[in-house]
Design a protein around this ligand. Sequence first.
Ligand SMILES: [Ca+2]
Length: 625
Amino acid sequence: MMSRNEQQATHYCRGKRVIGKALLAIIICSLVVDTATAQTTRPNILIITVDDMSADSMGTYGCRLKGTSPNMDALVRSGLRFQFAHTQVGNCMPGRNVMWSGRYPHNNGVEGFYQVKDVKHPHLVDVMKGAGYFTAIRGKTSHSTPYTPYAWDAVIDSDPEGKKYHIKDPDSYGEATARGIKAAGEAGKPFCLMVNISDPHKPFYSQVKGNKNAKDPYIPSRIFSADEVPVPGFLFDDPVVRQELSLYYSSVRRADDCLKKVLDALDASGQEEKTVIMFLSDHGMPLPFAKTQLYHHSTHTPLAVRWPGITKKGTLETNHMVSAVDLMPTLLDIAGIEHPKGFDGRSFAAILKGQRQEKREYVIKEYNENAGRSRDPMRAVQTKKYLYLYNPWSNGTRVFATATTGTATYRQLAKLAPTNESLAERLEIYQHRVVEEFFDVEQDPDCTVNLIHSEKHQQLIQQQRDRLLAWMQETGDPMIVIFRDRENAEAREAFVQEQEAESEARRPSKKKKNDKNTPAAVKKMKLFTVVLPKAVVPGSVAKMVISHKLPAQLGEQKLHVTLIEGKGNKRVDRQVHRIKGKGQLTVEFKVPATVTDGLVRFAAFVGKDFQSNVQHYKTDPIQVK
Ligand SMILES: [Ca+2]
């Protein structure tokens, strides 16, 4: 049996130059040669990403709040930074897989948050290892690699004693960097080290995951207050929004603190002059209209490369548009490694050397599904001045599924919308959108005025549609069938439903048939509501009233209702009722005389079993009286 690494190496070489019986000998031979070349000529590669950070949260990219990013600013100024760089996707795993495959999602197979069993393309780690690099990663390994077991030489997420590093701890990023560099030295190889900083991804500074009352020990070097933060034009000025933004910007500052530790570690290693640094964010801020979208601010990223002896300090590059799909070919050129076949992206190494490249007037963006596997496909063409968006999922009733509904900002939007006309309009757009949009991003970077019906923009709109169609053809995008036939709403809806079904089928195999057949639209309905008992008294009966409304297509379903006690979530009792259509039932539980920790919870779900539930619900802990 070959190990995963060997399989990957074999795959890569086979695609490149190896035939028949000589396979193994040539691989060994080429690896030996590559390792020797690597030791003498190849530069170290240090890739640093931040998570969920909008470009304009940095001073060098126009942040209106001073002091968010002193170290990031110094880093990008020390090399060449792109003004017009975008990531392809507005969310993490599919976005990062574009970066490290050089392929669009429909060609690398990672369209959502799932791994691909049979990876047919070489990943960054495979190619770099094949060329004699020591490869190491800190953070986001599963989101950056399409398969397991990972081929990285080292995954540095724990300290030498095996204790997991905290993802918000700046010191740990310095430590991991130092260890990665040291390990490469011991292996006698140059390093390809990827450090993925967690901030400003949620939980934001001060919000400790899983414990509302815990204090966050990782305090940013500067904390911003609600009254000083800028409110992006795609959001709205409100105390709740400002409060959340203040935590976001404080987390940007903590990302900056982490970056400083990484650079200090590189400096201390003495490898600075032999190391090429690439720095970028994976997509925009984790708030409504940014993350999981393809708007301008969803994908606009800071992107800088410092290539010792090549890039000129303080270069602001404004001529060319580049995007995440170009990163891997560029890195291979920097390292002097031959390209494997099949990249969608194109190296911008020439631009780093101060040369001009043709055909850099626009970038194409692609979104398919969110972390919950709900499918809402979109495509976009972005130029320096305009953005065209195609949103075939929008059918007037389908609600866009996005991670940003978990934010305080979204909850405030939903709360205020019924009594505020302009927020009601924003909520409508957030939930339902329209099929096509066109924005003048130079005048309206927040993408609030849709110009798709503007008379004077029709020629420009058509130009972007033509570009998108040509790209679909060239890259084999299956969406071409409906894009060609844009006026056909029925075909469009059928296509999206088919994609939704495929996405459902990709859920883990433990999910039952029952679940696969549940359309996403049903999952978005509120199937039942619960009225809890006014008080829960030990030793007496607690009554809850459950009203249900199941669509006909679900037929008869089981409703499981559970009483849970204590911090350890121990099940006291579960009752199963059969429900169908519209109705109401009362569920009674005998509460134990002594309740563990003095806490109970109620939970309920509809479906055959929990793994295949159609909808579930759980209360916060309730104090017993
Ligand atoms: Ca992210």
